[in-house]
Design a protein around this ligand. Structure first.
Ligand code: ADP
Length: 593
């Protein structure tokens, strides 16, 4: 039981094929803002806790310059040693409290970030699993893979690391500026002078960088798509001698990635140079104004010293905020892609079929904007019968299977199960009644039990063992349901994987099974065993088998011959042979007569 992979011929063409893929949507700024607010609101208790801890830590940290200033003035005013010691003790106490508060804040920040990141991961998985299968196929592995892995990690990094740093730093900046104003409003104003150019520079940088970050992520996802397709299709690449083309395409994608990174680095270097100079100018201005103001008698030495210390200290959190602004943008770009997954429109699938009568009535269908590949085709498998669909390659047999399984919807006409459109039936309800088995038999890295209960979560061990017996999987019965499957554990042969897929069919117990060349990948030595397993798994069900070998057709209850998207003939093997039409021609050719 498995999904349908895109046709290799499409996936391995250069440029146009990649364009043929339809990337998932990307959410707009308003949706991204909503998503951020939702993330904060989901754990608002902890978010408030983090902010309060950081705020208190920042207040205690400003005690250092302020108290130092007082000590300086105190010495001038002839304070006793005991008094100076007392103030210095308070100062040390403040530093210690600030240290503890910021540690607690950071810990709470990490907790908040980890929890939020975990929730985001879960949400992404749920959304991806809800995507219509045809949409997943069109999106391509790279796009989905980058969104569910790299993009989620980027947002997780933001929530866990950069977010708390920016929050602390921002709070510290505000508190330090406020302290400067408290020491002397004139010094506060002097410190603020550089804030305006700083804001302008940051705005300019963010505006330019935001486009660059989006491009960077898109280039990364294109590169991932190309590399994963080359890797997954390495046999096809080798068979068609496409190595050079795939390598060149890989280099091109790599260059695109490099180009986007280089752009970001140039933008960052320019911005940080401006930042450095603004910091220096700010410190110089505060020193100049406090010096002049001191000589005018408006300021004590202690206050001037405190102001100078604050001016120097402001640069640290300011730089931290600015340094991490980029991560915020990256995070926003990643979140836009993650939220985009949820924007894929899919009509609610809530129809409930009455019965399991599956049929195609005058369906027309084509892929994407392409031409029709099925032309007013009707097919009605009778309940309990074994209907075999044959025809030349490219005739539309797999497309018929996809329409019957509800993966694609017809352009016109109807694909119905129990009187309602197959595409309108809830996926779980549909899979209880109709199961599609293709050549791709995916075995999850999990126990044998987990691999089987996918098909029916409520199934008990007795049902699972019985299913394995039905498909003659002696090796599985011997290994037990707790055996771990998957490449790092027990690697299965194609025939064994096929048995697992068929056992899933038995466990799922659907009324209708669609086999799309399900045994094509099996070696002839195991074919007999698999055929027996297949017959056992399918007993009593309606079976629609897409056959590439006419041998399978001879024993069918009924044969439908498809040619160029139309049913050319229908009937039993004997009837069609007697009719002397397309099927008879194919049969004689196949038999070499
Ligand atoms: P068959 O199973 O009989 O070999 P298919 O149903 O796979 O035929 O294909 C029918 C037609 O649809 C062919 O012309 C094929 O090129 C086209 N086709 C199949 N899959 C896709 C796809 N994913 N995108 C575009 N065209 C496709």
């Amino acid at each position: 039981m498995s999904t349908v992979v895109p046709k290799p011929r499409k996936a391995f063409e250069d440029g146009p094929a990649d364009e043929a893929q339809e990337r998932l949507p990307i959410a707009g700024p308003a949706e991204v803002r909503r998503a951020f607010v939702r993330i904060l609101a989901d754990d608002r208790g902890r978010a408030v806790q983090v902010l309060v801890l950081y705020l208190l830590a920042a207040v205690f940290s400003t005690a250092l310059p302020v108290l130092l200033g007082q000590v300086v003035d105190g010495i001038g005013a002839g304070w006793s040693v005991a008094r100076i010691n007392a103030v210095c003790s308070v100062l040390v106490g403040c530093v210690a409290v600030q240290f503890v508060l910021s540690r607690l804040g950071r810990r709470a920040g990490y907790r908040f970030g980890e929890r939020a990141a975990a929730q985001l991961r879960e949400r992404v998985v749920v959304r991806v699993l809800r995507l219509p299968l045809d949409r997943v196929e069109r999106a391509g592995r790279g796009d989905l893979g980058t969104r569910t892995a790299a993009d989620v990690n980027t947002v997780a990094d933001l929530l866990r690391d950069h977010g708390p740093i920016v929050a602390t730093s921002l709070i510290e900046v505000v508190v330090l500026y406020a302290a400067m104003f408290v020491i002397d409003p004139l010094l506060g104003l002097a410190a603020l002078v550089t804030l305006v150019p700083l804001m302008l520079a940051a705005r300019r940088y963010l505006r330019r960088a935001s486009g660059a970050f989006v491009e960077q992520r898109a280039a990364l996802s294109e590169a991932a798509e190309t590399l994963s397709a080359s890797g997954a299709g390495s046999q096809t690449v080798a068979a068609l001698a496409l190595q050079r083309r795939r390598r060149d395409l890989g280099y091109r994608r790599g260059e695109q990635v490099f180009g986007t990174f280089a752009r970001v680095v140039v933008l960052q270097s320019e911005f940080f140079m401006v930042l450095l100079w603004l910091n220096r100018i700010q410190v110089a201005l505060v020193l100049l104004v406090s010096g002049l103001w001191y000589f005018e008698g408006g300021l004590t030495v202690g206050a001037a010293a405190a102001a100078a210390t604050i001016a120097v200290r402001i640069s640290n959190p300011t730089n931290a905020v600015m340094t991490h602004l980029g991560e915020f943008q990256q995070g926003a770009a990643a979140l836009a892609r993650i939220e985009g997954v949820g924007l894929v429109e899919s009509a609610p699938r809530e129809a409930v079929p009455s019965g399991s009568d599956l049929r195609l009535d005058a369906v027309t269908f084509g892929y994407g904007d392409g031409p029709d590949v099925l032309h007013g085709l009707s097919l009605h498998p009778r309940p309990g019968e074994r209907l075999v669909v044959v025809g030349p390659s490219g005739a539309g047999k797999s497309t018929i299977a996809r329409l019957l399984a509800g993966i694609d919807r017809p352009r016109s006409g109807a694909a119905t199960l129990g009187g309602v459109a197959v595409g309108d039936i809830g996926v779980e309800e549909l899979r209880r009644r109709v199961v599609l088995v293709t050549q791709e038999h995916y075995v999850f890295t999990a126990t044998l039990r987990d691999n089987l209960v996918l098909a029916a979560p409520e199934a008990g061990d007795a049902t699972l063992l019985e299913a394995l017996r039905r498909v003659d999987a002696g090796w599985a019965l011997e290994a037990g349901l707790d055996v771990m499957l998957g490449d790092e554990h027990r690697r299965l042969s194609t025939a064994e994987a096929q048995q697992i897929a068929l056992a899933r069919v038995v466990v799922a117990d659907p009324d209708v099974v669609i086999l799309d060349e399900a045994t094509a990948g099996i070696d002839p030595a195991s074919a007999g065993r698999v055929e027996t397993a297949l017959a056992a798994a399918l007993a009593g069900r309606t079976v629609i088998a897409i056959a590439h070998q006419l041998q399978a057709a001879a024993s069918a209850d009924r044969i439908a011959v498809v040619e160029a998207g139309r049913i050319a003939e229908e009937g039993s093997h004997a009837e069609l042979l007697a009719a002397g039409g397309v099927y008879a021609g194919l049969w004689h050719a196949w038999r070499g007569e």
